[in-house]
Design a protein around this ligand. Structure first.
Ligand SMILES: Cc1cc2nc3c(=O)[nH]c(=O)nc-3n(C[C@H](O)[C@H](O)[C@H](O)COP(=O)(O)OP(=O)(O)OC[C@H]3O[C@@H](n4cnc5c(N)ncnc54)[C@H](O)[C@@H]3O)c2cc1C
Length: 408
């Protein structure tokens, strides 16, 4: 029945990334029978970004292995993939999107434009050799630098900065990591986790400078040094700037959709226009679980929210309320984190950071709000269940590594 209803409909997707591709796939899975047109301004089929700072950057993975689906998949699913074509405008009154090649009508529109890196606003920021990392081509441009001579300066000790630092050290490169705050991952992790990662990188030979503010880059045409606010000058042959990402809301804003640190969507992934949905890094969504709006930058969020958007574009009424989770790989350490620790009164540690296998449990009145599991998939899995169940745990038993996790 769904197929009959949607046969004459047209779905257009802006952005052929993780959320856009999932949206197209899930539209078909939800029985959407009409045309699906997906615009992506990059020249390659939708791909996964996480390896761009990890295995792919290290040269351990071929580009085709990044593709979410083989290029032929889209045609076979009757999804028209318009690569290298940027959408330049949305005409809501006429229900059209605009590209340099013309206008395309839509009945339902999905905006999945992601969150490109914040740009550094400092002297020398435009010099050659100053890199950002978001796309496959960014990673390709960075890769040869890992094996070149001289130091690489990384600005920002967030996940991208730390992962590139790990990849560069694995390649034997001298790495100077600058972080303005007094700890790494300051915006996203508790101090115990920050301290663990600071030591991990220091032990691997990274020259980590905390409380170090970059004033600008120096060089004639090409970067040769980074100058700190303290006056110190650090010679370098290349730099990577990893100072966060900002949601790409330009099209949505120009079209008059509601915006506030992302495209405002409800728990159905619907924007302030009932025919326009949005998913992934570009959204600021209402989370029933947390009773507030939030913006997440993670693969699981892009996938699950896009599934919900697609189902609702196909006429269903599905709510997005997935538990947030995330992972990061650095050296031989896999971090898996679930839930959000905000409002937690206690952080209980289980296991031993010196053995690189432990977990941090964020508790509020004995309830688990979040877990950070380092090389400890069992804690991640059990933690997810306990968070979802709203279970009450005894902190002393939890901290005792001899307690069987399943008994919790
Ligand atoms: C180096 C790196 C490592 C990461 N590691 C992890 C990790 O370990 N774990 C994790 O959970 N997450 C990780 N992430 C984050 C994760 O990749 C993102 O959260 C996810 O890709 C978001 O999906 P998205 O579809 O919202 O955006 P994207 O995947 O960025 O896709 C958006 C696409 O839309 C295109 N676009 C934008 N505007 C237009 C337009 N007007 N017309 C046409 N196309 C347009 C963009 O060029 C882009 O291709 C990482 C990200 C990066 C960059």
């Amino acid at each position: 029945m769904m197929s009959e209803n949607t046969k004459s409909m047209r779905a257009v997707i802006i952005g052929a990334g993780q959320a856009g591709a999932q949206g197209a796939i899930s539209l078909r899975q939800a029985g959407f029978a009409g045309d699906i047109v997906m615009f992506g301004d990059e020249p390659v089929p939708p791909y996964q970004r996480p390896p761009l700072s990890k295995a792919y950057l290290q040269g351990e993975l071929a580009a085709e292995r990044l593709y979410l689906r083989p290029a032929e998949f889209y045609g076979a699913q009757n999804i028209s993939l318009r690569l290298g074509e940027r959408v330049t405008g949305i005409d809501r009154a006429a229900q059209m999107v605009e590209t340099a090649k013309g206008r395309e009508p839509y009945d339902k529109l999905l905006i999945a434009t992601g969150a490109p890196p914040r740009r550094l606003n400092a002297p020398g920021a435009a010099l050659a050799g100053v890199h950002y990392l978001r796309s496959l081509s960014d990673s390709d441009a960075l890769h040869p630098l890992l094996n070149a001579d001289g130091a690489i300066v990384i600005v920002g000790a967030g996940y991208i900065g730390l992962e590139v630092a790990a990849s560069a050290r694995k390649a034997g490169r001298k790495v100077v990591l600058l972080e303005m705050m007094d700890r790494v991952l300051a915006r996203v992790a508790v101090k115990e986790l920050s301290d663990f990662y600071a030591k991990l990188h220091a032990d691997a030979g990274v020259d980590l400078r905390l409380g170090a503010a970059l004033e600008g880059f120096e060089g004639e045409g090409r970067v040769t040094a980074a100058r700190l606010a303290s006056g110190e000058v650090i010679e370098c042959a290349a730099a990577l700037v990893g100072i966060g990402a900002a949601p790409d809301v330009a099209l949505a804003q120009a079209a008059g959709l509601e915006i506030d640190n992302g495209i405002i969507v409800d728990e159905y992934a619907r924007s302030s226009d009932p025919n326009i949905f949005a998913a992934g890094d570009c959204t600021n969504f209402l989370s029933p679980r947390y009773g507030r709006r939030m913006r997440l930058e993670s693969v699981p969020n892009a996938i699950e929210q896009a599934k919900v958007a697609a189902a609702n574009m196909a006429g269903k009424n599905t709510v997005y309320d997935a538990l947030p989770w995330f992972w990061s790989d650095q050296y031989d350490v896999k971090l898996q984190t679930a839930g959000l620790g905000e409002g937690a009164g206690d952080v209980v540690m289980r296991g031993a950071p010196e053995e690189k296998k432990f977990s941090l449990w964020h508790l509020k009145d004995g309830h688990v709000l979040a877990v950070d599991a380092v090389n400890d998939p069992a804690s991640f899995l059990v933690g997810r269940k306990l968070i979802t169940a709203g279970a009450h745990v005894d902190p002393a038993r939890l901290a005792d590594a001899t307690t069987d996790l399943k008994s919790l």
